[in-house]
Design a protein around this ligand. Structure first.
Ligand code: PLP
Ligand code: COI
Length: 355
């Protein structure tokens, strides 16, 4: 294996590349991985210098605290290639900031910004040929931290691993998105960890989501744990509704992930002069608006999901279909955001970041 050091990050190159085994025209979401990954260990109270090594399995103690107490956090980002082959990230410093918000809540040591940014740049430059050029595809980036320190004592670990893995990916959803408004289970609670991107928030959704999938839905729309009367967010996206011409989304709180796509949509809506309200949305008003046809759109926002229009929502054994609009807000936001991400339009907000 060839080994070089660049910008302090040591690189151990893979002996052979797997790139020729990948069908870039038919990429699913997040199930093929590039040749390399970045690994950084936290030991003796410090994050050591990151290393890039061939992507592959890890060796861990069975008593590593991640397995027992779920101390883990992650981020979701994408890299985009423009028509000239230049690579771009979208608001990466916001992901770094959120990683450390999650870290604090899960008693994980905060990760240095310089390692995060330098690690992303070095890894993406090394595996640049893996970044898809096909429309609708991008390189999904998964930075994550987990407790690798050992011991059954239920307390924070003394060792952690930060890893960045890269997955060239296509769309998160295939086909029409159908969601179920949850009336029994809860994703998060006041004072809990809902705002953190931590593994347990997703594991806790799997069973209720399986029940919804059995009924023909793709995702659950979570409601507040106390009354199930307020729309919170979906499994992997924030939620917007359009009633009449007003765009509405719920406020973030300690129960909801502060989505980067969500806040970008709010800024674009302001720029477009779209009347917008950030306030609690009741299930009753959404159902009423669907019945009286003033509910024009419902869509989810997220890095993986981008802007995903919802075709149907279910509530208490009844399905409500949304109209198919040719001039939807969802398509406007999707165009404006992806045009910035893929460097097809001016970026007046300063969101694009060149690799
Ligand atoms: N809500 C949840 C629970 C998520 O997992 C995600 C995905 O990251 C989002 C919302 C959207 O956040 P972002 O737009 O930052 O990707
Ligand atoms: C993302 O959109 O990046 C997410 O983290 C959602 C994930 C559950 C696929």
């Amino acid at each position: 294996m060839e080994s070089t050091t660049k910008n302090l990050i040591e690189i151990v190159k893979a002996e052979t590349s797997k790139i020729n085994q990948v069908d870039f025209d038919n990429l699913a979401f997040g199930n093929v991985f590039s040749d390399h990954m970045l690994v950084c260990d936290y030991k003796n109270g410090v994050w050591e210098t990151p290393k890039i090594i061939p992507y592959g399995p890890l060796s861990l103690e069975p008593s590593a605290k991640i397995f027992h107490y779920g101390q883990s956090i992650f981020e979701g980002m994408k890299a985009y290639k423009d028509a000239n082959g230049t690579t771009w990230l979208f608001r990466p410093l916001d992901n770094h900031k959120r990683l450390n918000i999650s870290a604090k809540r899960m008693a994980i040591p905060e990760f240095p910004e310089a390692f995060f940014m330098e690690g992303l740049k070095t890894l993406l430059r090394l595996d640049r040929e893996w970044i898809p050029r096909t429309t609708g595809s991008s390189m999904y980036i998964r930075p994550f931290i987990f407790a690798s320190g050992k011991g059954f004592h239920a307390s924070p670990a003394d060792e952690y691993k930060f890893i960045i893995a890269l997955a060239p990916s296509g769309a998160y959803f295939s086909g029409k998105v159908k969601v179920l408004i949850e009336q029994h289970y809860s994703r998060s609670a006041n004072g809990g960890v809902g705002y953190a991107k931590t593994g347990g928030n997703y594991a806790g959704q799997f069973h209720p989501t399986q029940l919804a999938v059995e009924k023909g839905y793709n995702q659950v729309i979570w409601t507040d744990d106390n009354t199930h009367e307020y729309i919170e967010e979906a499994g992997a996206m924030n939620i917007f509704v359009r009633i009449g011409d007003t765009l509405i989304t719920g406020p973030t709180s300690d129960r909801i992930l502060d989505g980067i796509t969500r806040k970008s949509v709010l800024e674009i809506a302001k720029d477009e002069g779209i009347p917008t309200e950030v306030r609690k949305i009741t299930v009753t008003e959404v159902v009423e608006a669907a019945k009286n046809k003033t509910l024009k759109e419902m869509f989810g926002t997220g890095t993986a999901a981008v802007i995903s229009p919802i075709a149907t929502f279910g509530h208490k054994d009844r399905d409500y279909d949304l109209p198919e609009l040719t001039d939807s807000y969802a398509s406007l936001f999707k165009k404006r955001i992806t045009d910035i991400q893929y460097n097809r339009a001016e970026d007046k907000f300063g969101w694009r970041f060149k690799i």
